[in-house]
Design a protein around this ligand. Structure first.
Ligand code: NAG
Ligand code: NAG
Length: 332
């Protein structure tokens, strides 16, 4: 995905080079495979998405992952002493099952499972389902090697949406804690900070003539540049960023919010990038109606730069950003 030059750090460059190699080899393949570029200009019809018709399942990320050696507190809605499972996934699913009502917030939004047979002893298999006072600020946690519990968060319909505020508007992002729990914990830390000094977009590339307004690739068009993304960094001043291990790597869709490598570089995709395979950890998605804001940022003035043989468009002026809480509204 790339990183701004001039801010080099050996470890990040390592990741960068691996990532760029992918893009480079892709571009090379493209150059060899296609000699003529002919594609229609992107359609100018207005964005038409219907976020309200999404199935209940897609309200979640469709995964059931938690974080080991983490104990989330909070009021129990189901006591683990009589509620046992063989895996953390089953415990997570039991929580999701309490969260399928059509109205109101989830009855269960967090789960705590004892999965280490030796350390847990009689507690092995205990599955505690909980309801946080504020799911964006999960209750007092214990973490560390001595902790035998695994915990996870569940964000149901209308929950777990944070605002990514920019001067061009606020992008509402649905976080996916069941798929990329560690990434989401980091975003919740940024949210709690209330500032995100040092967080900004620095790269902006439109869909060009390669992807249509819905993000679908146009037949026979190139796969960039431009690469249909806005990219930035989420390393807030005054915090220590620990690289995030690979979590959930689905195909990048229009609206996907993903780490470039192990962060803190991240990007929002304007297109469906099947050609990138499963290379990036996705931890959220921009609500479809807010993609106009991402498109606006993608059209800001840029300068051409070359990062490891990749042509990129770097914003003339960085776009600062920060996470903010969203008022609980009408369920979007
Ligand atoms: C857990 O595994 C045991 C032994 O394999 C089995 O008897 C039990 O039914 C399983 N429990 C659940 C909830 O799947
Ligand atoms: C990158 O930009 C240079 C000059 O602007 C151009 O000649 C070259 O073809 C570009 N490479 C790709 C892969 O688009």
């Amino acid at each position: 995905m790339g990183r701004k030059s001039g801010e080099s750090e050996p470890t990040r460059w390592g990741t960068l080079i691996i990532l760029l190699m992918g893009l480079i080899s892709f571009s090379m393949v493209y150059i060899f495979m296609s000699s003529v570029m002919s594609s229609p200009p992107p359609s100018s019809s207005s964005l038409s998405f219907n976020s309200k018709t999404k199935g209940e399942e897609s309200e979640f990320g469709g995964c059931c992952k938690g974080i080991e050696k983490l104990e989330l507190w909070g009021a129990a809605v189901k006591w683990g002493t009589e509620f046992k499972f063989n895996s953390s996934e089953q415990c997570c699913k039991a929580c999701k099952d309490m969260c399928r009502g059509n109205d109101g917030p989830c009855l269960c939004d967090s789960w705590v499972f004892c999965g280490n047979k030796v350390a847990c002893g009689d507690k092995f298999g205990e599955c505690w389902l909980k309801k946080q006072k504020d799911v964006l600020v999960p209750d007092k946690q214990e973490t560390g090697n001595k902790i035998m519990w695994t915990s996870g968060l569940i964000f149901g319909r209308g929950e777990g949406i944070v605002g990514l505020e920019t001067e061009y508007g606020t992008l509402h992002i649905k976080l996916l804690p069941d798929c990329s729990p560690k990434s989401v914990v980091y975003i919740l830390e940024l949210l709690a900070l209330r500032h995100c000094a040092g967080c900004y977009f620095y790269r902006a590339e439109g869909r060009g003539q390669s992807w249509d307004v819905k993000g679908s690739h146009i037949k026979d068009a190139s796969f960039g540049p431009p690469f249909a993304l806005i990219q930035g960094t989420l390393e807030a001043q005054g915090t220590t960023f620990n690289p995030i291990q690979t979590e959930h790597n689905p195909t990048i869709r229009r609206g996907s919010v993903a780490w470039a490598g192990s962060g803190p570089e991240f990007f929002i995709s304007l297109a469906n990038h099947e050609e990138w395979k499963n290379s990036y950890t996705v931890f959220g998605s921009v609500l479809p109606e807010d993609m106009v804001i991402a498109e606006k940022i993608a059209e800001l003035p840029t300068n051409a730069e070359v990062w490891n043989n990749i042509n990129v468009s770097v914003l003339e002026k960085n776009v600062p950003l920060r996470f903010q809480r969203i008022k609980i509204g009408n369920g979007d």
